[in-house]
Write a protein that binds this ligand. Structure first.
Ligand code: SF4
Ligand code: SF4
Length: 435
């Protein structure tokens, strides 16, 4: 694959003389000069079926073969904008002999879903890529940085490899009581799955504390699992570790079965996706909400302490928006905060650009760096800066660290990156929650 986003057209072949025989008269006709200059001929008999056969026999891998080459997916693919990618191109490479199991292309897809949105043949990379990655996993062909996350998640129940006893440490400085069901069991309305980045990443913890204060101000009856919480591991599933996801699902549902609650709410669109789309297939049905869906109907009850006077642009998380159809709840929260002016990026809602963190991309930056001209998060930060916004607001725990790094790397240090809940909390409290 070319590096640096440079497209490589097929080699031009100069023919000294080209003639074709008429199928009617049998006479040979010399083609005019415009036909004399032609692309390298494509010989269909050079292509064997083995590449597709190896993929379509994998559960989930069938649809790659359905591609009929219309090319609609390529301009929709965020990776193609910084490299040379897309389902059509992968289809072509497999057709012409590339072993996808051993090719770097296997790890570049973020499962963002934008190709499936436009594909007339429903080639589903959200099924194809995890299936092929799972097969690559069994042969040991997994990038080391991803393997490390798999092992940490397996051993500790979180992608950071931290001790589970530290799960709820963030709550000690929230300024409001946070009920942990492990300590205080009993019925509760909202069981809040904090997930890994709000539990352990310092900037995620800022958002978790902001959520705790807002939930307390709204009088929500809520609680966390504390040290009993494990990640749902949906990103690990999409990165190829379906077995790990299934094992985690057994652990998570066993813990949830101990408690009485009405709704499961999470800050993480990936966990939300697992609850809505994966758990029901395994017989577990919950009333699941993303935190923005919990709070959006309640904004009329919030008491504001100040106006923020900021221009804000919003990045739609792929797994809240495109995968699960929620575009309005985050915007309702932003628009409720006094003083905030929402300005949209050109690519937003259904066509939102991917941050690069989905499908295991969160842990593959070193691998993808060698095959793209810049990180997807850097590209997105440039788009955010073009709007003239002061703040890039997000509502996925991966995105604050990703975009903060990208803002520094692209020289947009003045673009503040924060979760929407931090802006809500800030306007309610009258002071910034974090740097
Ligand atoms: S949009 Fe679908 S059918 Fe068209 S080239 Fe892409 S994968 Fe193939
Ligand atoms: S899911 Fe997203 S990143 Fe993967 S091939 Fe499709 S458009 Fe590209």
């Amino acid at each position: 694959m070319p590096i640096g986003g440079r497209k490589v057209p097929p080699a031009v072949v100069e023919k000294e003389r080209v003639t074709v025989a008429s199928s009617i008269s049998g006479r040979e006709v010399e083609l005019p000069a415009m036909w004399n200059r032609m692309f390298e001929p494509r010989v269909l008999t050079d292509y064997g079926p083995d590449g597709f056969a190896a993929i379509s026999c994998l559960p989930g891998g069938e649809s790659l073969e359905w591609c009929f080459g219309c090319g609609k997916c390529v301009p929709a693919c965020p990776v193609d904008m910084v490299g040379d990618y897309g389902p059509r191109k992968i289809h072509r490479k497999v057709q012409t002999g590339t072993d996808l199991l051993a090719d770097p292309d296997l790890w570049l897809c973020t499962t963002c879903g934008n190709c499936l949105r436009v594909c007339p043949k429903e080639v589903d990379m959200m099924a194809v890529m995890p299936a092929v990655r799972e097969a690559a996993l069994s042969t040991g062909g997994v990038p080391a940085e991803l393997q490390d996350v798999f092992e940490k998640t397996f051993r500790y129940g979180n992608a950071f490899g931290h001790n589970q006893r530290r799960r709820a440490q963030w709550a000690e400085t929230a300024g409001v009581p946070v009920r942990s069901l492990a300590r205080e069991p009993g019925p509760v309305d909202v069981l809040f799955l904090v997930e890994d980045y709000w539990s352990f990443h310092p900037r995620g913890q800022d958002a978790a504390r902001a959520f705790a204060r807002v939930a307390a101000a709204l009088g929500i009856d809520w609680a966390v699992l504390g040290p009993e919480e494990k990640t749902l591991g949906d990103s690990q599933r999409l990165a190829g570790e379906r077995g790990l996801f299934d094992a985690l699902a057994e652990d998570v549902t066993a813990v949830l079965a101990k408690y009485v609650f009405s709704r499961v709410v999470t800050a993480d669109p990936h966990a939300f996706n697992a609850l809505v789309n994966q758990y029901p297939r395994r017989g577990h049905n919950f009333h699941a909400l993303h935190y923005t869906q919990l709070l959006a109907p309640l904004v009329g009850q919030l008491q504001w302490a100040r106006e923020l006077d900021l221009k804000v642009t919003f990045h739609d998380p792929c797994f809240l928006g495109r995968h699960n159809g929620e575009y309005d709840a985050p915007r309702a929260l932003i628009e409720a905060v006094p003083g905030l002016q929402l300005v949209e990026m050109d690519r937003c809602r259904q066509n939102g650009y991917c941050c690069g963190g989905g499908g295991g991309g969160m842990w593959l930056d070193s691998t993808t760096r060698d095959h793209t001209s810049e990180r997807l998060s850097e590209r997105r930060v440039r788009e955010a800066a073009q709007t003239g916004a002061d703040v890039l607001a997000v509502c996925c725990p991966y995105e604050v660290p990703r975009f903060t790094d990208a803002a520094k790397a692209t020289g947009h240090d003045d673009l503040r990156v924060c979760d929407i809940i931090e802006l809500v909390d800030e306007a309610m409290r009258g002071g910034p929650t974090s740097g």
